[in-house]
Design a protein around this ligand. Structure first.
Ligand code: GLC
Length: 731
């Protein structure tokens, strides 16, 4: 039974007045126009048959649709206007994976705030973001939309995005409702193929994949979107364990759940049901509230009610969940004037934030002989080579429906600006596309290199090579990019490789051919200035990897918080395939966990990123080596800028539980702090640890702590070796 408080509320009174058709209408999210005529949509609105639309971003159309809802429908309930505002709207920020490399929650909140302001100015009031899937398989194209491989980092940054989108008050003029997705476990898609099955043991699901969603809901996320994926045999869109047990019973989520695109209808394709009616029944009884794009709810709810396969109470609850969010958004004050008001915004201010976000997303992965930053006074000729050096569109990345490439600035443009009065720039495309296998421009590229003091090489992936449904079985550089690198290497000129991509790439076979490597992801509208600022030293790179870089595709999955196994690889036990003696005895090779044909460590570890200075970690201290469940320990280390320029560092805290009722990862990120240090200066960075940092879902499926020994590291990446030890004791 519904509790009395609901009946007295505006929502309850509305539900009381609604016909069944009007209730069903609130459950429908349709694509606009998406095969519907605008007049049929308007007729449906007048009849109360639609509660939300997605992909309508013409302000005049939105204004008219909302006016019809309020002035020409019986109950005057306005629409949710949904859009994928994933990493920007008109101003495009780095892809989420690139934003995550900033490890800067405040900046990420700002980017989401700007996105909300620009989206709302076109009438959008609901975004399908943030995407909080944890992914450790960069073959999966949607890793581009994630905040990386780590639950803690994704929780912190995902919550910041929710706050940025929703503001302090969801009914604010610039606020849009967030939709955390894809609930849940989508990032574990088997073999890195999109929409594939996911088999995730409950401990793993609860310790790795669910925490970011819980954190985002605690941050106030208004809605949740289910994933396409089949989770342990039950697709998420009909998974009662996820949608009722976890989301409602354990987390007390009071927003609403929306399906992904036709993810209800394809329950039949997945083999869960035999038709649309059964799919609607399965989704509704599992806890789905709103159906995106398909119409199984509209077509079958009445029959399912007649057959007692679903209850009217369930329908009322679905409507209540949706109307409660509309109430939070201020939509139930029925103010057509306010709904039709879309304010202008300060584009230049937004572009400055985009520049800062792009700068902070760049990760310096290699810098031999301090080639970078480039000194303009030492340069006469600079060769800029590669298809991604001057592409306003490709640098924006995946999921940029509303990105404006006319305001997009490329690296070539910014480098040319830097060159004025300093050095000449010769641009050669080098390849038709990142995938081409022709050698048409190779000679021209080599000639430009021979004439240059330095080669700035822009390669990687066009935006279409990542994102939804764009997965790769081999994540090395596409096309004959490696051959181009080899050809340029022959010129003997120093090569700075700037890689734009929507995922980590497998770079072991080319990393020794370049002198410096800047990983740019897809940095968005202001890529150009940001990249030039780093290359010419206006800013020291501060990005840190939110995801591990495998050496080769075959290493996947490789991630820092792996389990130790009973036979972990060691430098002593590792044997490379080339060094195996002929007729070696079966057990002569170190019987530990590694591949014969590649080293067992990643090419670049999670949390790694170079700077134009060096940071030295020393003097790790604990306030005590004993922690009680009621107490806390202060852990600190001294960080010293031993280089010759001021720079920013992200100090990271990792903890290992040496033994548990289930095996525990060799390291888990438990905190990070960004500091800025002048050359030669030191700072003591301190973290507080309590038993809450040590809790996990254990063998008995209890979220708890277990007394025992722990290791703790403080350092600049997940390979940190400055270690302390403490014990959690039960008193
Ligand atoms: C897509 C995506 C989802 C997106 C939705 C609406 O298929 O899976 O992330 O928000 O449909 O575009």
């Amino acid at each position: 039974m519904r509790d009395q408080s609901v009946w007295q509320s505006p929502v309850g009174k509305l539900i009381n007045e609604m016909t069944l058709d009007e209730k069903i209408g609130q459950l429908m999210l349709i694509n606009s126009p998406g095969g519907h005529s605008i007049n049929s949509i308007k007729d449906d609105l007048r009849a109360g048959r639609i509660g939300a639309i997605l992909n309508e971003v013409d302000p005049e159309t939105v204004r008219e649709l909302q006016r019809i809802c309020i002035e020409e429908s019986r109950l005057r309930i306005p629409l949710l206007i949904g859009r994928d505002v994933i990493h920007g709207f008109r101003t495009v920020f780095p892809i989420p994976l690139g934003q995550a490399a900033s490890w800067d929650p405040e900046l990420i909140e700002q980017c989401a705030r700007v996105s909300a302001i620009e989206a709302k100015s076109r009438g959008v009031n609901w975004t399908y973001a943030p995407m909080l899937d944890i992914c450790r398989d960069p073959r999966w194209g949607r890793i581009a939309e994630t905040l990386g491989e780590d639950p803690y980092l994704t929780s912190v940054l995902g919550s910041a995005m929710v706050k940025g989108f929703q503001g302090d008050n969801l009914s604010g003029a610039d606020s849009i409702a967030a939709c955390v997705k894809h609930f849940a476990g989508y990032g574990a898609s088997e073999s890195g193929k999109d929409y594939n099955i996911t088999n995730i043991p409950e401990n793993e699901l609860r310790n790795v994949h669910l925490p970011p969603f819980k954190a985002a809901i605690e941050a106030g996320a208004a809605t949740v979107m289910t994933s396409f994926s089949d989770l342990n045999g039950i697709p998420a869109s009909a998974n009662e364990f996820l949608l009722k047990q976890v989301l409602r019973n354990e987390w007390n989520f009071n927003g609403f759940v929306v399906s992904d695109w036709e993810s209800v209808r394809i329950l039949q394709t997945a083999g869960l049901t035999e038709g649309d009616k059964e799919s609607a029944e399965a989704a509704i009884n599992a806890g789905m509230d709103m159906e995106m794009a398909s119409r199984t709810f509209a077509d079958h709810i009445k029959t399912l009610l007649d057959e007692n396969k679903i209850s009217m109470a369930a329908i009322d609850k679905m409507v209540e969940n949706i109307l409660r969010v509309k109430e939070r958004m201020g939509l139930l004050n029925f103010n057509a004037e306010r709904l039709g008001y879309f304010r202008e915004y300060d584009l230049n201010g937004h572009l400055e934030i985009a520049k800062e976000a792009a700068r902070k997303s760049l990760v310096l992965l290699k810098n031999n002989n301090y080639l970078l930053p480039l000194k303009k006074t030492n340069l006469t000729n600079v060769a800029v080579i590669g298809p991604l050096a001057d592409d306003k569109y490709e640098q924006l990345g995946t999921w940029i429906f509303d990105g404006d490439e006319n305001i997009s600035e490329t690296a070539l443009h910014a480098i040319t600006e830097e060159g004025k009065e300093n050095f000449s720039v010769k641009y050669v495309r080098g390849m038709h596309t990142t995938r081409s296998r022709s050698y048409d421009f190779f000679e021209e590229a080599k000639a430009a290199a021979y004439d240059s003091d330095v080669v700035l090489l822009f390669l990687g992936e066009e935006s279409i090579l990542s994102g939804e449904a764009h997965c790769r079985s081999d994540i090395s550089l596409p096309g004959n990019q490696a051959e181009l690198i080899n050809a340029l290497k022959e010129t003997g000129k120093p090569i700075v490789l700037v890689l734009m991509a929507g995922r980590p790439l497998a770079l072991e076979y080319i990393i020794d051919k370049v002198d410096a490597l800047v990983y740019a992801w897809h940095p968005g509208t202001m890529s150009g200035t940001a990249i030039a600022d780093i290359l010419f030293g206006k800013y020291s790179p501060s990005g840190k990897l939110p995801v591990t870089f495998p050496r080769v595709t075959g290493q996947i999955p490789v991630y820092y918080s792996q389990k130790n196994t009973g036979r972990p690889a060691t430098p002593e036990s590792f044997n490379h395939i080339d060094n195996l003696p002929i007729r070696a005895h079966q057990v002569s090779v170190g019987n530990t966990s590694f591949h014969l044909d590649t080293h067992y460590t990643p090419l670049f570890p999670f949390g790694f990123g170079l700077s134009y200075t060096e940071f030295h970690y020393s003097d790790i201290r604990l306030s005590s080596d004993k922690l009680t469940p009621q107490g806390k320990i202060l852990a600190s280390a001294t960080v010293t800028n031993t280089g010759n320029r001021e720079a920013e560092e992200t100090v990271q805290l990792y903890i290992r539980d040496l033994a548990g009722s289930i095996t525990r990862p060799v390291k888990e990120l438990k905190g990070f702090k960004k500091i800025r240090l002048e050359a030669g200066k030191s700072s003591v960075v301190e973290f507080e640890i309590t038993v809450n940092d040590l809790k996990f879902w254990n063998k008995y499926m209890k979220y708890t702590y277990e007394p025992g020994k722990f290791h703790l590291w403080i350092g600049g990446d997940s390979d940190a070796n400055l270690r302390a030890e403490f014990e959690l004791i039960q008193i």
